[in-house]
Design a binder for this molecule. Structure first.
Ligand SMILES: C[S@@+](CC[C@H](N)C(=O)[O-])C[C@H]1O[C@@H](n2cnc3c(N)ncnc32)[C@H](O)[C@@H]1O
Length: 418
């Protein structure tokens, strides 16, 4: 089916705003759709997909667009639509544009310079290449520039895994248990989950397998006191509450009331009653001090650059800079130091990010261990073996999209020994 010509103009309008990078792309796109309620579902899908394709392939498209003609924004949009739907499906383009698109579609992209193929800003490419080498960076970038699969976490308080599989097979949608996280299911295609009782009644939540695994390695148990220090909209809070079988006390702290508000409907669906969401002013808030030395487990799902989630948020690579990373690391040091106070002797502290950068990961935890001798690192290899997770790791959890088919995640586990 051919796309309506208006898809091009709508995409151009959205793209113009998204490329200013003054806010997240998904927020800009959602607002645009709210302001244009008459836009159909198919058109909305095409506009969003095209914008995401342009963000993912920006360097290659900029290069291709030099050979086209007409407004630059239109050229980028046509390249995005052609990549997703094929040249023949784009309605409203003239013969010259068709010929140009057919010409560039024959370019062998594997012959382009590696940095252009990676479609990453130069500073980020260089940092990743320094960490893992150019070849590996190329493989990582290739996967980061593809859409993520849809992973679900089963809320075992409400439903059994085989019942979920049965419901999904009736959709029908191809799915399989995730390889590492114990209650994960990976779907081969996106489905309209929001309308299904399976989702509405809290049987499943959307959550990347990496994020699920992170909650799993916290090891939260029945009856414990657990703190989710940067709980946000509660992705990991819900998984922790489920692991605790809805017993004990689970504090969900965050500085953002907006994010905590988004947790509310998710909590209601989940059936959890052991969660206490609390808005704090900052990481040294007096309300935190009352819990000092009392928590069995503290998870810090730290604010970070989010560069491990580029499959979902491709705009982040263009919005982050070396300066924003430096600011972020200052925050990360401060949060880790402060949240550590909550852990009781014998308790565990988990520092995690969805960043791929050692500056936000290894460097932060190395510095922490140097400064605070009450904590000892528990090697991730041991944490995973104890949790019967079949995954090879060294001292830290380092999930990589091209190796583990998850978002990029980092985690380190510490035990308070004195
Ligand atoms: C990676 S997100 C958390 C995602 C969430 N854990 C989940 O699984 O859905 C990081 C969170 O840290 C919060 N944050 C930022 N600064 C903070 C601080 N000083 N103390 C506590 N939370 C903070 C942000 O508002 C954001 O929600």
């Amino acid at each position: 089916m051919r796309l309506a010509p208006m898809v091009i103009t709508h995409t151009e309008q959205v793209l113009r705003e998204v490329l200013q990078f003054s806010g997240p792309a998904d927020v800009v796109i959602s607002r645009y759709f709210r302001e244009h309620p008459k836009l159909g579902m198919r058109e909305r899908g095409a506009v969003a997909e095209a914008v995401y394709a342009i963000l993912r392939n920006r360097l290659i498209y900029n290069n291709f667009s030099e050979s086209g003609y007409g407004p630059q924004m239109r050229r980028l949009v046509l390249l995005g639509l052609a990549d997703i739907y094929g040249v023949d499906s784009i309605g409203g383009i003239d013969e010259n544009e068709t010929a140009w698109l057919n010409h560039v579609s024959k370019v062998d992209r594997s012959q382009l310079p590696q940095k252009m193929q990676a479609n990453l800003p130069e500073w980020l490419y260089d940092r990743l290449a320094e960490q893992i080498g150019e070849e590996e960076t190329g493989k990582l970038a290739a996967v980061l520039n593809t859409p993520a699969p849809l992973d679900l976490r089963i809320n075992t308080l409400k439903i059994k895994p085989d019942e979920v599989m049965k419901v999904l097979s009736e959709v029908p949608v191809e799915c399989a248990p995730t390889p590492f996280a114990s209650t994960g299911i990976r779907l081969q295609k996106k489905i309209a989950l929001q309308n299904m009782p399976l989702f509405r009644d809290g049987g499943v939540e959307v959550q990347d397998e990496g994020s699920q695994l992170l909650a799993q390695i916290v090891g939260a148990k029945r009856g414990e006191m657990v703190v989710d220090f940067c709980a946000g909209a509660g992705g990991k809070t819900l998984a922790l509450g489920c692991a605790m079988r809805n017993t004990g006390r689970l504090y969900a702290f965050d500085v953002s009331d907006k994010r905590l508000a988004k947790m509310k409907p998710r909590l209601a669906r989940s059936g959890l009653s052991n969660v206490h969401p609390i808005q704090i002013a900052h990481e040294r808030d007096a309300r935190i001090k009352r819990l000092a030395g009392k928590a069995d487990r503290v998870l810090i799902d730290s604010p970070c650059s989010g560069l491990g989630t580029l499959r979902r948020n491709p705009d982040l690579k263009w919005r982050q800079t070396p300066e924003t990373i430096t600011e972020m690391t200052e925050k990360q040091h401060a949060i880790l130091e402060s949240a550590a106070r909550l852990v009781k002797v014998g308790g565990r502290l988990v520092y995690a990010t969805c960043s791929l950068l050692e500056d936000e990961n290894d460097r932060i935890v190395e510095d922490f261990l140097k400064k605070d001798d009450r904590f000892a690192l528990v090697p991730m290899s041991k944490v995973l073996a104890d949790g019967k997770v079949n995954l090879e790791m060294g001292d830290y959890l380092k999930l990589m999209p091209h190796q583990h088919q998850t978002d990029g995640f980092f985690a380190a586990v510490f035990e308070r020994v004195k």
